[in-house]
Structures are given as structure tokens and as C-alpha cells.
Design a protein around this ligand. Structure first.
Ligand code: ANZ
Ligand code: ZN
Length: 861
């Protein structure tokens, strides 16, 4: 019987759809399992990188079904956003049209992959039925003071006359036209995520099943710093400049102060200086640098002396005030006390500008000396040069006593700062959910009434960039009446960041069509937290942070009763390709990448440079062609076998051929013994003691494979090693099958059991072929309604016996072997035994005889 994937796969996809295998029934009494995939952005077509993601999710969903859970596996579309809008501008297709067209393509792909979803629960974030509730979320946040408006900087391209998202700014230039990007202040909407900074940080500890590295990224993003805010007085004037430090213990070592170029007191401080022009130019040049460059360790530290001094609150010493690029206004207070002896950035700056260095923490050897230091000493020790605080340990006593002192004289206070900023959600873009706010000359800012939602996004809008939000150019949209006084008013013309849409979609899946409310409280309370969330690590910070924030806010607002959305998170690695492979398919490295590698002097590496798969690099593999050629199951198997799923992996078309060979072997052996499998169906297995040696060994490996599959899936999704064990079992069955059949019923039943088990275990991985074989075995219910097999511990036991090895009639060694081991197996082990080797090395092997489980006799000459 030939293996015909094209027929089989279509047939089973239709069957799963028709029978509703993935349709979740809320009244099903079995325990729930919510398996959530990050919903895709509907870009052109999915590539094998996406396929990895969705196939991993599918394996989990099918496995959990077989483990007896009521599985929810939904999917939807993160459909608003820039790429669709940019394509629209470039190709002149309406973003709605291209988005829905892409959704069709991707839906077809997902179906072809056999990845099962409850399509009745599909959500599309650009659908008014969905974004109505995104707008509702905005209003809820606004009601609670968590949405507010303030002026904020945007990236502005003077040539395109448009606001750019950060990711559209490359090296300070516009992505599209390479014009230098300017910054411009606009009134914009923010969500007050900073109110939740502590909760978002502290609750990370509850997320035991999240990858450590994701939690670390979130922790760093929140960036909580505990320190002291100190008052430095401007000399002469007395105006207070506040400085935030985490190292108050080094206060006596401050030899200068640095202010950010954007600090609001800077204009006052430099108002009367002689070289004001020079200073303004310097300030402008710093402002043009991006924060990322300014805060990097390596970047050159540039500064300028203001001619003014500040007074150190602990010892009344005068320190010069500088403006420098490495201090940012967005952090702390935007001004720092600089301690070159104990802070490396300050040290570099002081060295460059000839500013004195003063050690205030001595190391254990007492060897620190300003005159010989080449780097800042950032370690601990006893305080020196610190007046009344000398001799204290810097960390505990030093910090506490100095802070107490500053507080007692009213010149400092304990203070906490966060790196986390409020979330700017306004986008001066067309393809997003309109912000449901209205501006009235009489009443000011007024929220749209909940009953008037959704504020519909009009189709007829000229979305080409022209210096203001596209919606602002549409009078029908902008002109409205005030919800409060009924007078003339204007609508907000900005749209929401798409991350807002994706911050709550997982709640909507439980009642996707509900027109009365965003989600069904009873259902979400039972179905949350999500048991398994699966997606790309690129969302480790923003998306996951925003989704957690929304969940916490909804919980506080009394809409749900849980405050973390995702109990377990899995982030899969990327699929890459080498340049060599790309050449074969006509793809290539970008000039920039080639230059980077050349700079290392290793041209040969250009060939092998591993390049992440992405559309912009022309190196994506869209799986459609491979699926046509080999079938979905084979591509799925290859992708799952490519390596541990959390790691990056290298794509190889040859690997797909390997998967093909295995699947064929699997098909051939199961179909060959199909009659035996059917014959023994439902009959209890023989006792282990009844089994002859070969059957016992096959049975042992079968059970070991069940164990391997179960623990590999339950563990860290190590599907690749599970598949490897299935390959081993298959190889063994090829070797033993005929023997087992000839040995009679008991052994034949063990073979049948092994083949049937193999089919069940591979089910979640290659579901189509396994359903087909399952049906051929005489089943009329889906394989995925079948219970996942458990292994028999007793069958796993390897009984050991002692074997005596004789060489030319003399006993030369004793060794341990598995009960029932074959002559080949024991001879192989004997050849590794040094006592045996000594007597046979260099000689010709004439004959061997095995007395089973007792003695191996070897004759050599
Ligand atoms: C004096 C000092 C001495 C500092 C020392 C460090 C080491 P974290 O831990 O990341 O919160 N800082 C404060 N505000 C800054 C700003 N706006 N731009 C750049 N740097 C700023 O860092 C806190 C430390 O970063 C603060 O403590 C301050 O330098 C610097 F041996 O003050 B420290
Ligand atoms: Zn009004």
C-alpha cells in the first residue's frame, strides 16, 4: 500500500473540521487546558519560522487532548498596524483589503499544516466587533485615571512629513527616504503602566514556569532602583538641583555634577555665560543623539563646563557643573553627582576633562590611589575621605548613616526610581483603532459614550502621509457633537498602538461574538490563567508586559478575578539559514552584513554566516512548495526534529528528505503488519514472564519510548529527542519483526502492540498519517480521542546475568549482560572488555558459541 500524503492529509483536515475535534465545548466536564499561540500579524504569507511556532502549539494541544483535557486552542489576527499601512502607501491597496486577503492566505496555510484551532472563536482585531471593545478598554482606563494626555516627543521626518515609529528610524534616519529624523512635541495619550511597576515586578516571582531569561528582561525593563534623592544648591543662587543616586555612600567622592542637556534648569544656568552660543550648539548636538547611543557604555562621553558650581549637601564643597551626553533626562532626576573614583563612566569623563578623582572607598588591600588608578573601583570597602563617616563599611552602615544624616538636615530623602515609562499609545496613523475621545470647546476633553461605541474607522481616508494624522483629513470623521453638551466638537484623530489590541485578545476567545460585553466573566474566570502560552521571544518585553498590565488593571477594576494571564510561557527559537544555502536559492547577504564579516578578516565566514530568517533578508522559506512535494507531515516532522525548540536552528532542505525516509519506513512497517495489529486489537497483553528474549526486548524498548515521549513533552518540549527515540524503535522493529512473527502468537502480539503504540505516540507530531493508520487498524473514532499510553515500569527492568567468557577453552573474563542478550550483543560487549581484548587482539576469530545467559566461548588462532 503506497503512502499518498496529498490524499490522506486533505481527508483528515476535512474530518477534523467536520467532527469539530478542536471545537471547545464549555460544558465539557473534563479539566481545562488553554493552549494559546501568539496571534499572527497578517503579513503576506507564513514561513517555516512561523510554522515551527504553530506546529509546536499543535503538538501540545493534541497531546493534552489525549491526556484527557478539555482543550481550548484558538487563533486570531493581530490585524491593525504599520506594515499593512506602509504597503498600502507603496502599492496603493487599501490596508483593509490587503489585511483580509493576507488572512485568507494564512488561514489556508494553517489548515494545510494540520494545525487545529477552534475556528468558531476566531478574532480579528481590525473588525469593528473587536475594536469596539479595545475602545471600551481605553474608556475603562480613562475612568480610572490610567489614560491621560500630555505633550511628548515624536520622531518626525521633515521630507515625508510624517511621524515615524521608533522602528522606522534607522541610525537616526527615516527608513523610507534616509532624511535625518527630527523630534517634535505633540499632545498624545498615555497609559499609566507605571502605577503597576511594583506589581509587575513582584509578581514575576509567581510565574514559576516562565523562562528565567524572559523574567530577567522584564525585570530590567522595569528597572527598579532604590536610592536617595539629594539636594545640591546652585552656588550663589541657591536654587536646588536634585540628583538621584543609588550610591549615596560615595557622596564625599563627588568631584563634579552632570546635568542632562534637556534639564529644565539648564537654560537658567547658562543664561549669563560668555560662551552661550557654543553651549547651545553643544546642547543641540546632544539632543540629536538617540538615547540608546547616549546610554551605551562604549559611546564617547562628551560634555561642556557651564562655568557654574553646585554645593555638595554633605560637606558644602563646591563642584563644577557640566552638561554631558551620558546623562538622560528620562531617568532619575536628569542630574547626577559624578564620582569618578567609583563609577566607570564618570571616571572616563573625568580623565578626558581633567577633573580630580577622589577615592572614598578603600579596597581590602588598601592599595587604591587616585594617581595610579586606571579604572573606577566599583567594589566595596571602608569609607575614607568622608569626614565623620570614615571607617564605616560603605554598603550598610555607610549608606544608612549618610542617608539618615541627609534626611535629618532636610537635604535628601530615600527614593525609588523606575526605568519603566508610561505607555505612549497615540499613533498618527490610519490603520488602527480610533481613540474614543472628543474635544469640545466648552467641555474640553470628553470621552465617547460607551453606548456609542465603536467609533468606526472610516474606509474612505487618504492615508498618504501629509504632516498630520490621516483621520484628521476626513471631515466626516472629525466633525461630531459633544457627548456632554451636544455642541460642536472634534474627534481625536490619532489611533491606538496595536499593542493595545493585543493586550486583551486572549480574553475575547471565550466569547468572541458577544456584542454586549468584551468578555464573559464566568468563562474567563474558569479558563484563566492560560495554561500554555507559546510565541516568539521578540515579545518577551513589550507585549507580555502590556498584557500583564491589562490583566492587573481589569482585575483591580473588578472585571476579572485573576491578575496574571499566562501561567506557563514557552518561547521558541528562530529558524536560520546559512549564506551558502541562500545562494543556492538565490538569496544573499546584505552588503552591510558582508562588510561586518569582512571587518573580522574572515571572508570564509561569509559563506557560513548564519542569518536569521526574515523577509527583509530575502532568506525566508515558505513551506508551501515543500508541502506540495512531500506532504505536511514530513515538513512538520522535520521542523520538530531540527533541534530543541527553544533554540535557534539551521534550516536544511536535505533534512526534509531525511524526514521523508523515516515517515516512509514508518508507514511501510505499520501497513505490512496491519493484519496482526487488527487481530490482537483489544486483547490483553501477555505477562512479561511469558515473553521470549526478543519479544521482551522489543517490549522494553516500546515502553521506554512511551516514557521518553511523555517526559520529553511534559518537560521542556524536547520533541526532537522524542522523535529520535521513535526512530530507534522503528529500526529495532525492522530488525526483529520477522523473527517475532515466526515465534508465534505471544511474540506477534508484542510486535502488534509496539507498532500500534508507535502510531499513537507519533500522533501529535504527524497527525494525518497516524489518523490514517489508526483508521486502518479498525478504529472509527479519531486517534486524538484515544488515551495517551502509559508505560509499564516492570517492562523497563533490565535483568542482569553474569556471563563467563572463555577463550580457547580458558576462562578469561566475567562480565555483566542483559538477560537474554544475543550472541552478537555479548560479543560486542566482550570486545570492549580489556581482559578479553588482551587475548584476542591481533588474532583471527575462528568461532564463537553462546550458552545463553551463561557462557560465551571464543576460539581464536
Ligand atoms: C553617583 C554614583 C556613584 C552612582 C557610583 C553610581 C555609582 P541605576 O542603578 O541604573 O538606577 N544616574 C542617575 N540618573 C541618571 C541619569 N538621568 N542619566 C544617567 N545616569 C544617571 O543607576 C543609578 C545611577 O545612575 C545613579 O547613581 C547615578 O550615578 C546614575 F559610584 O550616582 B550614581
Ligand atoms: Zn461640550
Amino acid at each position: 500500500m503506497d503512502y499518498r500524503p496529498a490524499e490522506i492529509e486533505k481527508k483528515w483536515q476535512e474530518y477534523w473540521d467536520r467532527t469539530g475535534l478542536f471545537r471547545m465545548d464549555p460544558s465539557d466536564p473534563r479539566p481545562k487546558f488553554y493552549c494559546l499561540m501568539m496571534f499572527p500579524y497578517p503579513s503576506a504569507a507564513l514561513h517555516v519560522g512561523h510554522m515551527r511556532n504553530y506546529v509546536i502549539g499543535d503538538v501540545v494541544a493534541r497531546y493534552k487532548m489525549m491526556k484527557g483535557f478539555n482543550v481550548l486552542s484558538p487563533i486570531g489576527w493581530d490585524a491593525f498596524g504599520l506594515p499593512a499601512e506602509n504597503a498600502a502607501i507603496k502599492l496603493n491597496i487599501h490596508p483593509k483589503k490587503s489585511t483580509y486577503r493576507n488572512i485568507e492566505t494564512m488561514k489556508r496555510q494553517l489548515n494545510e499544516w494540520g494545525t487545529g484551532y477552534d475556528w468558531d472563536r476566531e478574532v480579528t482585531s481590525c473588525d469593528p466587533g473587536y475594536y469596539k471593545w479595545t475602545q471600551w478598554m481605553f474608556l475603562e482606563l480613562y475612568k480610572r485615571g490610567l489614560a491621560y494626555r500630555k505633550k511628548a516627543e515624536v520622531n518626525w521626518c521633515p521630507s515625508c512629513q510624517t511621524v515615524l515609529a521608533n522602528e522606522q528610524v534607522i541610525d537616526e534616519k527615516c527608513e523610507r527616504c534616509s532624511t535625518k529624523v527630527e523630534r517634535k512635541d505633540l499632545e498624545q495619550w498615555f497609559f499609566k503602566i507605571t502605577d503597576y511597576a511594583d506589581q509587575l515586578l513582584d509578581d514575576l516571582d509567581k510565574l514559576e514556569d516562565w523562562p528565567e531569561r524572559v523574567k530577567t528582561m522584564q525585570k530590567n525593563w522595569i528597572g527598579k532602583s532604590i536610592g536617595v534623592e539629594m539636594d545640591f544648591a546652585l552656588e550663589g543662587d541657591g536654587a536646588i538641583i536634585k540628583c538621584f543616586t543609588t550610591r549615596v555612600d560615595t557622596l564625599c567622592g563627588a568631584t563634579f555634577m552632570v546635568m542632562a542637556a534637556e534639564h529644565p534648569m539648564v537654560p537658567m544656568i547658562i543664561d549669563d555665560v560668555r560662551n552661550k552660543r557654543e553651549m547651545l550648539d553643544f546642547i543641540a548636538s546632544v539632543k540629536a543623539e538617540s538615547n540608546m547611543v547616549r546610554s551605551s557604555e562604549e559611546a564617547e562621553k562628551r560634555g561642556i563646563f557651564t562655568g557654574k558650581y553646585a554645593v555638595n549637601p554633605i560637606n558644602d564643597e563646591k563642584v563644577p557643573i557640566y552638561i554631558a551626553n551620558y546623562v538622560l533626562m528620562e531617568y532619575g532626576t536628569g542630574a547626577i553627582m559624578a564620582v569618578p573614583a567609583h563609577d566607570e563612566r564618570d571616571f572616563q569623563f573625568a580623565t578626558e576633562y581633567g577633573i580630580p578623582v577622589r577615592v572614598v572607598i578603600q579596597n581590602e588591600e588598601g592599595s587604591l590611589d587616585e594617581k595610579t588608578m586606571e579604572h573606577a573601583y566599583e567594589g566595596d570597602g571602608l569609607l575614607v575621605n568622608s569626614g565623620q563617616f570614615n571607617g564605616l563599611h560603605n554598603r550598610d552602615a555607610g549608606m544608612d548613616r549618610m542617608t539618615d544624616y541627609l534626611e535629618s538636615v532636610g537635604k535628601g530623602r530615600r527614593s525609588v526610581h523606575y526605568r519603566l515609562r508610561d505607555w505612549l499609545i497615540s499613533r498618527q496613523r490610519y490603520w488602527g483603532a480610533p481613540i474614543p475621545m472628543v474635544y469640545c470647546d466648552k467641555c474640553g476633553i470628553v470621552p465617547v459614550d460607551e453606548k456609542d461605541l465603536p467609533v468606526l474607522l472610516p474606509d474612505e481616508v487618504d492615508f498618504r502621509p501629509k504632516g498630520k494624522s490621516p483621520l484628521a483629513t476626513n471631515d466626516d470623521f472629525v466633525k461630531t457633537t459633544c457627548p456632554k453638551c451636544g455642541g460642536r466638537a472634534r474627534r481625536e484623530a490619532d489611533t491606538m498602538d496595536t499593542f493595545v489590541c493585543s493586550s486583551w485578545y486572549f480574553l475575547r476567545y471565550l466569547s468572541p461574538k458577544d456584542d454586549e460585553k468584551p468578555f464573559d466573566r464566568k468563562l474567563v474566570d474558569t479558563w484563566f490563567p492560560v495554561n500554555q502560552y507559546i510565541g516568539g521571544v521578540e515579545h518577551a518585553i513589550l507585549h507580555l508586559m502590556y498584557a500583564r498590565f491589562f490583566t492587573k488593571f481589569l482585575c483591580d477594576a473588578g472585571h476579572i478575578s485573576f491578575d496574571e494571564p499566562f501561567a506557563d510561557l514557552f518561547t521558541q527559537g528562530m529558524i536560520c539559514r546559512t549564506a551558502h544555502q541562500m545562494k543556492k536559492t538565490g538569496a544573499y547577504l546584505s552588503d552591510k552584513e558582508v562588510a561586518k564579516i569582512r571587518a573580522t578578516g574572515r571572508d570564509d565566514e561569509i559563506e557560513n554566516a548564519v542569518v536569521k530568517m526574515s523577509k527583509s533578508k530575502f532568506n525566508v522559506v515558505v513551506p508551501d512548495g515543500l508541502i506540495k512535494k512531500f506532504g505536511t507531515d514530513i515538513v512538520r516532522l522535520y521542523i520538530l526534529f531540527i533541534g530543541p525548540p527553544e533554540k535557534d536552528a539551521e534550516w536544511s532542505d536535505d533534512g526534509v528528505e531525511g524526514a521523508y525516509r523515516f515517515i516512509k519506513r514508518f508507514w511501510n512497517i505499520v501497513t505490512k503488519y496491519m493484519d496482526s495489529i487488527r487481530e490482537f486489537e483489544g486483547k490483553p497483553l501477555p505477562e512479561i514472564s511469558e515473553l521470549c528474549d526478543e519479544a521482551r526486548e522489543v517490549h522494553r524498548i516500546t515502553n521506554a519510548t512511551i516514557k521518553k515521549f511523555t517526559t520529553d513533552i511534559e518537560g521542556d518540549f524536547h520533541f526532537n529527542t522524542a522523535i529520535a527515540s521513535a526512530m530507534e524503535l522503528t529500526n529495532m522493529l525492522y530488525l526483529e519483526a520477522e523473527k517475532l512473527v515466526q515465534q508465534g502468537n505471544v511474540s506477534q502480539q508484542i510486535l502488534a502492540h509496539a507498532l500500534r503504540t508507535l502510531t499513537v505516540l507519533l500522533g501529535p507530531f504527524v497527525p494525518h498519517i497516524c489518523e490514517e493508520l489508526w483508521q486502518m487498524m479498525g478504529k472509527d473514532e479519531s486517534l486524538f480521542k484515544q488515551e495517551w499510553p502509559s508505560w509499564d515500569e516492570e517492562a523497563l527492568v533490565v535483568e542482569k546475568v553474569e556471563i563467563v567468557v572463555q577463550i580457547n577453552g580458558k576462562v578469561r573474563a566475567k562480565m555483566e549482560a542483559r538477560l537474554g542478550a544475543s550472541e552478537d550483543e555479548i560479543l560486542a560487549a566482550a570486545k570492549e572488555n580489556s581482559d578479553v581484548l588482551r587475548h584476542i587482539e591481533g588474532k583471527e576469530l575462528v568461532r564463537t558459541v553462546l550458552v545463553k545467559d551463561k557462557l560465551l566461548s571464543i576460539v581464536v588462532k
